[in-house]
Design a protein around this ligand. Structure first.
Ligand SMILES: Nc1ncnc2c1ncn2[C@@H]1O[C@H](COP(=O)(O)OP(=O)(O)OP(=O)(O)O)[C@@H](O)[C@H]1O
Ligand SMILES: [Mg+2]
Length: 228
């Protein structure tokens, strides 16, 4: 049996506003094996992005633990956590989150700058990944010179360039028309077939239908976990 890549145990997240606690996540536990393609579904405000931020090491839980390949990630200090994130996680956001005054290729190279990869090597890797997402001819375009679907493909290339253990995508098709959305799903499916581990948040049943497992969440609690 394949080992767990990620294990989340009893994770809760509480936001405090004006002294009042809001429980965004309560006692969430699940495990994801290497190579799984998981969709997380649930209504708006149910805690999906909060959960993605925690498993993406962008935020810490109020309670509970997460293990990446057996390592207790939140025992790490902030600097170590940033390094875990840089090495293991490829994040794709609904709003693409590209640097606007920076070419497609420089956006893709950025995580490699943080990883101290030489400029030659960075350029080669970024170009290669952009070719894989069908943007080999648009490497010098700025985000404003790319369509939404193309910008999201740049974001996927940026997520892939460090060869992360897991790809986390929070509504990656949420801002796209159906054709561009379908292109993104095609890329995620191909990555899954190549053995990548993918966790995808979506509202869209059709998008979720491509995943092999659906975790449903409502009011910060897991209410379903089904293989398909
Ligand atoms: N920084 C914050 N401070 C206070 N409350 C927050 C904060 N971030 C999120 N919340 C609340 O936590 C709940 C979960 O938010 P979250 O963004 O995880 O929902 P979501 O499932 O991703 O929703 P959507 O589908 O709309 O993106 C919401 O009720 C939200 O208002
Ligand atoms: Mg969200």
């Amino acid at each position: 049996m394949r080992p767990d890549l990620l294990r989340v145990v009893g994770v809760s997240k509480e936001y405090r506003m004006d002294g009042v606690a809001f429980h965004a996540l309560t006692n969430i536990s699940f495990a994801i094996k290497k190579g799984e393609f998981v969709a997380i579904m649930g209504p708006s405000g149910s805690g999906k992005s909060t959960l993605m931020h925690i498993i993406g090491c962008l935020d810490r839980p109020s309670n509970g633990k997460a293990y990446f390949e057996g390592r207790d990630v939140f025992a790490a200090n902030d600097r170590e956590l940033a390094s875990i994130r840089n090495i293991h996680i490829g994040f794709v956001f609904q709003q693409f989150n590209l640097l606007r005054r920076t070419s497609a290729i420089a956006n893709v190279e950025l995580p490699l700058v943080y990883a101290n990869v030489s400029s030659n090597e960075r350029h080669k890797k970024a170009k290669n990944i952009l070719e894989q997402v069908g943007l080999g001819d648009k490497t010098e375009n700025f985000p404003s010179q790319l369509s939404g679907g193309e910008q999201q493909r740049v974001a996927i290339a940026r997520a892939l360039v460090t060869n992360p253990s897991i790809i986390l995508a929070d509504e990656p098709t949420g801002n796209l028309d159906s054709k561009s959305g379908a292109d993104i799903i095609k890329i995620l499916k191909r990555l899954h077939e190549e053995g990548r581990t993918i966790v995808l948040v979506t509202h869209d049943e059709h998008v979720a239908s491509h995943a092999r497992r659906i975790i449903s969440i409502a009011d910060g609690v897991i209410v379903g976990d089904k293989k398909q």
